[in-house]
Design a protein around this ligand. Structure first.
Ligand SMILES: CC(C)(COP(=O)(O)OP(=O)(O)OC[C@H]1O[C@@H](n2cnc3c(N)ncnc32)[C@H](O)[C@@H]1OP(=O)(O)O)[C@@H](O)C(=O)NCCC(=O)NCCS
Length: 185
């Protein structure tokens, strides 16, 4: 029976795989593109934010995650020093995209210092696990006195937007071709 637990260092490969598999057909088809996407959106949290990152575990394998950086300043420093630098060695253009990514969170960091990513492999979606992952993270952020959490969702991803609205997130702005959604804790 799948269950939720804190992310561990051994989960990094599974987390990168989930990120790639839920990032659209191009990333699924092409391993190199998938690798860059994973390094842009998931590796930092699996490496440096495990206190606020959780996985859905099925028989020892992570099949879903919620990844969260609770503090913008720590995130921007660590992400640029490691993942953005690594991307620079792989492909300059993706590295530049990654360098600018934190600016999407910057205007909201005072009220919503935390931001999150949530993804679940296909066969495990629609079974209540996303909701449980979100509740687990919100409880953790509450215990840490983090005042608010935000995310950026693609404007085409209306399913995920409905999911966030069900979890009482509100749309607060548009940024980087996406919609900013946020929740006070
Ligand atoms: C979005 C996602 C994390 C939701 O997790 P989930 O486990 O599938 O969702 P749950 O089963 O916990 O559903 C929770 C609630 O959200 C609603 N919901 C979930 N996915 C939905 C969708 N695609 N469209 C409409 N409503 C949805 C459910 O109806 C449910 O509402 P209820 O509690 O009133 O019944 C998951 O479907 C996923 O990983 N999708 C692909 C990747 C993705 O889009 N990630 C988000 C990127 S910003």
């Amino acid at each position: 029976m799948p269950h939720i637990r804190p992310a561990e260092s051994k989960d990094i490969k599974d987390i990168e795989y989930i990120c790639r598999m839920t990032a659209g057909p191009e990333a699924r088809r092409n391993e190199d593109i998938g690798k860059k996407i994973a390094l842009t959106y998931s590796t930092y949290y699996a490496r440096a934010e495990r206190e606020t990152s959780f996985v859905l575990d099925d028989n020892g394998k992570a099949v879903g995650y919620i990844l969260c950086a609770p503090d913008y300043s720590k995130y921007v420093k660590g992400y640029r020093k490691n993942e953005v630098r690594k991307l620079w060695e792989i492909e300059k253009r993706q590295s530049v995209t990654a360098f600018f990514l934190p600016f999407g969170y910057l205007p909201f960091k005072k009220k919503y210092p935390a931001h999150l990513h949530i993804d679940i492999l296909d066969g495990y979606q629609g079974k209540g696990y996303g909701s449980q992952l979100m509740d687990t993270l919100l409880e953790k952020l509450k215990s840490m006195d983090v005042p608010g959490v935000m995310l950026i969702v693609d404007k085409e991803n209306t399913g995920a937007q409905r999911f966030y609205e069900r979890k009482r997130f509100s749309k607060i702005a548009s940024a980087l071709g996406g919609i900013v959604m946020a929740k006070e804790i």
